[in-house]
Design a protein around this ligand. Sequence first.
Ligand code: HEM
Length: 459
Amino acid sequence: SPASIPHPPGRIPILGDVRNSSPRRPIQDVMRFGKQLGPIFERKIFGRRIVFVSGADMVAELSDEARFAKYLSPAVARLRQIGGDGLFTAYNDEPNWRKAHNLLRPAFTQAAMRSYHQIMVDVARELVADWDTRTTVDVSADMTKLTLETIGRTGFSHPFDSFRRERLHPFVEAMVGALRHAQLRTFLSPPLVGELLWRRADKRNLDRIAFMNGVVDEVIRERREVGHTGPDDLLELMMRAARDDDPDRIDDVNIRHQVLTFLVAGHETTSGALSFAFYYLSQHPEILAKAQAEVDEVWGPDTGADPSFEQIAKLRHVRRVLDEALRMWPTAPIYGREAREDTTLVGRYPMRAGDGVLVSIPSLHRDPAWGPDADVFDPDRFLPARVKARPAHIYKPFGTGERACIGRQFALHEAVLVLGTILRRYDLEPDADYQLRVQERLTVMPDGFRLNLRRRRRS
Ligand code: HEM
């Protein structure tokens, strides 16, 4: 028989489940409600019902591509204002998804990663040149500079000159504003007459989107004028398909959506992942020391030589630090799944074809199947034997199935490279009184986290 789905206490007519919740921290609300209410619960916000799921058994079923597919959460649907039918925000039945997926897949092979390696090394060097002049750094801001620079140069051969600017590139400011607007618009939508109240904020948001589009148009214009040499990048794959009348070619409007999608998806989440990894390393001196010892052993001491492509994946412990940081704080914390046909989830929760649920990844990553210490940062969870001993579908930082993250290997290569580079060179100390605060803008990011750096002495 169908089971009822719990909801937070204190439901209010019309407004719904808005008590004890903050539109500025919806993910952390969902994590808290999940703890109180269990592996499935619903929230009604202004008449719209949203079901959140985090039970390992349920997520395992939702990973069955024969029964379920990607579902656009209300917040992601709002991002179509920015990404249109680009890869991230496309509905499953939109033809441009398959075309762009086919066109761009070659840019994410192992061979492609090899061709990006030197650019990633160069960007990491720019970070180091900057950090060498400082004793205290704003970690999230600098990781954002680094990851924006990396996707700009690898994907579009377009430098953003991030390390020559005191502040973040205005593209980032516009993007963060737009993500935050989509979040507030989803969780703080005053009913009916309230639409009027949004007018000014919506107008400002359109200005942000226009600004981002301007940046994208400049990237495309530059390519048309200057042309392209060197290995294929994302933009070249798309523009060549258009020139060659490839059956998978996409039009100018869609190219623009893809460029914008990659500029956003290609840097914001990796920046957060690196920032959380540095946070946890700074809190766990013994794990930090072990990671530094691994870098010294595998890469050798910091003589100024660049790590090779092969040397990145050899940092197994550093990689586990990153995996575990993404367990604690998966930086794209929600993905949606919808039923392809009428079905019943784990034999108890009926779903009609097209009904969607949202997977709360941070809650899944703390499911009891992780053991009693799921709140503790422990990279050794990702030792091969322990991974094998766990249920299959309880770790999903990159989503699932055909619509899972296309940039996963890209992000992992970049992030391990940067962690290795920094660990080899500096000792990291947090401000003694820093308490982790997590800032939300659909993605999650440590807020106000600074590190004190000291050059390591060569032994
Ligand atoms: C999709 C996470 C890095 C490009 C996704 C999804 C997740 C995710 C969870 C699935 C969303 C859904 O099902 O609705 C992450 C995390 C990253 C990361 C945690 C870093 C640690 C990247 C990078 C790129 C990228 C570096 C590009 C270079 C994309 C794109 C999609 C996607 C284009 C849409 C794929 C499709 O639907 O065809 N990502 N991502 N991501 N990601 Fe990533």
